[in-house]
Design a protein around this ligand. Sequence first.
Ligand SMILES: [Mg+2]
Length: 367
Amino acid sequence: MKITKIFAHRVELPLHEGTYKWSGGKSVSVFDSTIVGIETDAGITGFGEVCPLGPFYLPAYADGVRAGLKELGPHLIGWDPREISKLNHRMDAALKGHPYVKSGIDIACWDILGKVAGLPVCQLLGGRYGEKVRLYRAISQESPEQMAKKVTGYKNEGYTRFQLKVGGDPDTDIERIHAVRAMLAPSDRLVADANTGWTQHEAVRVVRAVKGLDVYIEQPCLTYEECLAVRRLTDHPFILDENIDSLEMLMRAKGDLAMDCVNLKISKLGGLTKTRQVRDMCVSMGIAMTLEDSWGGDITTAAIAHLAHSTPEEFRFTSTDFNSYVTVSTAHHAPHREQGFMRASTSVGLGIEPKFDVLGPRVVEVA
Ligand SMILES: [Mg+2]
């Protein structure tokens, strides 16, 4: 089997809530997502999706996905999409870095492999664990009162895990954490995700001010060293996200006992193949994970569901149903939340079928 064509569609994903705001005044109102397709000489086509969280979250941006596909695509025509590790090796040789560019191609190859094997991707990634995958809800940065109200609303929809977007003014963030924790049941999990937004002294103040509360602290500061310093001053469960962008960083952080959980994003690490590698190391080393992506719609959500469902339940901290945040559905048969949980498809591949009438014309085509 050979890759004969790589193509992409650009699709806009507006938000039900209007805007999504996080640390440092960053916000997005309409996500710019790229749906990647890979055609083969066997008549099988696979699909993936890459959707950066704007151009200012990770070193990734939406037009960069499309530019990268044009750069990388010609190196992959004629290669066998089922030999996914070999294909990743090829991608790394042809384009240094830019893991998010490679992510959509890698996901589409897993979709193809599943269709060829007659199996859902989660089984190919190691097997289906348990009945369903628990989700968290990200709470966009607003006033403490508004965030507490939002959490109550999403709790009524069945969510039991919440991630507060903090990383703003530390005094307001302390109020945000107190206001939201007060709305939750003891068994609900709360994460305060600063998304690198606090300086080290601010982060130390915040963790001291919420010392008595049951709250996880996620990625308080920009650098790994700053986060490690904060980690050593607090007894809150600690999550690293932005800094864990490779297997090498995971190993270093584990060696330093720098976190209790990590947040793995498929496009941050370069696709399902590399995320699986990091995921499997986390399982071997006893580190629980948030399994998700930077953002996306139906196809990203399907990929997340397969990654999460193939991870032992005790190591699944949370996952995200991004398709429920956005107003546009881009694929049939995508996972849908039921009372704070979702499931990976039992159909072959990712189990989705793109809605081409929604996607519009191809904006990239490499043959
Ligand atoms: Mg995070």
